[in-house]
Design a protein around this ligand. Structure first.
Ligand code: PDD
Length: 286
């Protein structure tokens, strides 16, 4: 069965969906995106993703294409039409099609392009990797200086992912001025005793929606949270490490470059946080 995707208000079979070659998203990576996970047919933290989407759009002066209610309705429609139980919904908004290539933004009134599609991932919450953990390698962070805006400029993170694979690892942690910024598509954490340490929010990292939820649940579970940057060296000597994102939830990290983290096995804090995150966010799913 062909997947149904959403393009500018229309639901179409994926092979009939089209975006102009002049679209700014295609020519200039002039667009932003969100990824919302689906568990048991429910959207996880939809509202948080909508708040961040609006912020990304406003930072780039791209006009808002639709209301949250319409966006939620479209997400639900795609989930229903594609019979998604577990998986994700990808949403991308670009500055649209000015009809030609030009560095200057198109005139006001040029409609943004909106694309949405689903990816089915049966058993997403039971990923076997959560039991064995990821290995990561460190790479320099060569991205631009506004990583808080969730743009579709993902070439460097893709290159970093490929370098990780070439080095036999699952992902890369990017390092700037000696400190870890984040993973290729996730936020990075270490655990020391009862304290969870993760880089503070700034233009240097994406303000993860999963990060916000996990830090809230951690505080509610009486864990200490310290928001500060850390080095690879400190991470290698931590008791545990993990990453968070809408598609991996809480994923333990058991090896960084050539050093095992803690015992080298998945630790209790990451395991507990994953359980709490899945349980609590499912309750709040829409
Ligand atoms: N990536 N940092 C980066 C660079 C990311 O790309 C992501 C998400 C995160 C985690 O954010 P959140 O918890 O809101 O998903 C952090 C998505 C999942 C992706 O690109 O597929």
């Amino acid at each position: 069965m062909a997947r149904t995707v959403y393009v500018n208000g229309e639901y179409l079979p994926e092979d009939e969906a089209k975006v102009s070659v002049f679209d700014r998203g295609f020519l200039m990576a002039d667009g932003v995106y969100e990824v919302v996970s689906v568990l048991g047919g429910k959207l996880i933290d939809f509202q948080g993703h909508m708040v961040r989407l609006r912020r990304s759009l406003s930072e780039l002066a791209i006009s808002e294409p639709m209301t949250d209610a319409d966006c939620l309705a479209a997400h639900r429609e795609l989930i229903a039409r594609n019979a998604i139980t577990d998986g994700l919904v990808y949403l991308q908004v670009t500055r649209g099609n000015p009809g030609d290539r030009d560095f200057a933004y198109p005139p006001e009134g040029t409609a943004p392009t909106v694309v949405m599609f689903t990816q089915s991932k049966p058993g997403l919450a039971d990923a076997p990797a959560a039991r064995t953990g990821w290995t990561v390698v460190s790479v320099p962070d060569l991205r631009w200086g506004r990583r808080d805006i969730k743009t579709v400029q993902l070439l460097y993170p893709s290159m970093a992912k490929m370098e990780a694979k070439a080095r036999g690892a699952d992902d890369a942690w990017m390092v700037e001025e000696g400190r870890v910024t984040e993973g290729t598509s996730n936020n990075a954490y270490i655990v020391k005793g009862n304290t969870i340490i993760t880089r503070e929010l700034s233009h240097d990292i994406l303000h993860g929606i999963t990060r916000a939820a996990v830090l809230r649940f951690a505080a509610e579970a009486q864990m200490q949270v310290e928001e500060r940057a850390f080095t690879i060296d400190e991470a290698q000597q931590a008791d545990e490490a993990f990453v968070t994102s809408a598609s991996s939830f809480v994923m333990p990290v058991v090896r960084i470059d050539d050093a095992a983290v803690g015992t080298g096995a998945v630790g209790p804090v990451a395991t507990r946080l994953r359980e709490i995150y899945l349980e609590e966010s499912l309750k709040l799913g829409v």
